[in-house]
Design a protein around this ligand. Sequence first.
Ligand code: GDP
Length: 436
Amino acid sequence: PVQITSSVESDKIIRRKLNGYVGFANLPKQWHRKSIRRGFNFNLMIVGEKGLGKSTLINTLFNKDLYNDINIDNNDIKFDSNLDDLQKNSISSTIKINTLKTEIEENNVKLNLSIIDCINFGTSIDLTNSWKPIIDEIDSRFDSYLELETKINRSNLIIDNRIHALLYFIEPTGHSLKPLDINFMKSIHEKVNLIPIIAKSDILNEIEIEDFKLKILNDLKNHNIKIFNPINYENDDDETKIINNEIISKIPYAIVGSNNLIKLNDGRLVRGRSYPWGIIEIDNEQHCDFIKLRQLLIRNFMEELKDLTSKILYENYRSNKLIKMGINQDDSVFKEFDPILKQEEEKKLHEAKLLNLENQMKQIFQQKVSREEKKLQETEADLFSKHKEMRDKLLKQIKMLEEKKKDLESNNKLLDNQQIHQSQQQQQQQQPISSP
Ligand code: GDP
């Protein structure tokens, strides 16, 4: 049936075409203001053998004497959990994780930077799996994020402590990658945004660097090792695309680090390394790829690194973990936005955790019971052997007594016989001799 609206009602409705200014153009500004107030955070892990210039590069990158001006999070110093205390103290080749935290401010924009340094990498004699503490560190940061994220009451904003990028320092040998490089990168490439760099590249010439880069890329390809590859800039404008392609194409970056200021002949003061044959300028793209690395990490791809960590690397880790716990996720991205499914997932995760805890407690209880049982069995065996010993002793004594009894009885018999014999003799003597 056709509904007829009274003219009075329809008069109340004012129809206006939305062609004016609504205000959503302000959204980027709002986001911008909020982000600036909160500050950005970025967690960078650095791995490489000792002496490859890691601390120098970090200081050069952030233009700060971070390694002297540091705030070391001592709680984060971790040892290989398989070693006992004695070993921990005696073996200095065990990897230690040091987190250096600092706040950098530039034009009122705050960056909360965490450098996660892996001390003693590659110094262990037995290199198989010597980097386990590094993997544990990456995983435990994912785990804490997962725990916070799946809490039923997520009252506070979750602090993102996940590793957003890993700078891997390659020794400038000019040859292929070493087994240590390959095995390590293989074990972490699916957990972090891996950015390989050629350390101290000033010891190689231009042709050697290009040749070394090709060898490294070939090795990485042959071993199916994935390195950081942004996906979100395809929609950018052509100019940005060209710049970004240029930045990415230079990986693995040939790096030179230095915080020394050198005065050039033309009076300019530059950061660089001075040699008898000339000066290497850190901030000169003709001399090394330092600027490209800085652009990637700070200027152009910091958000992308964080995005990929969150949407791909962490999601992979998360779904693998949930599957291992027996929770199947068909479409995690969809579930992310479905509150009912999300809550169910949280419930399942909570139940799985409880079950895990219950199993652990059962195991502990069973261990305790079997320990007590063993103790009882030992006491029983002890009692049994004591009992046997005592029984043997008593049996021996009984035997001895029986023998003694026999001896006495036979003595008695002998005496009896003697007595009978004597009395018979006496009787015979007392009888009168009969006359013939
Ligand atoms: P880390 O053990 O990896 O942290 O290495 P350091 O940053 O302490 O550097 C070890 C030594 O190498 C120091 O003497 C640095 O001055 C030097 N060094 C650092 N970066 C470079 C570089 O790019 N080229 C050269 N030739 N030497 C460097």
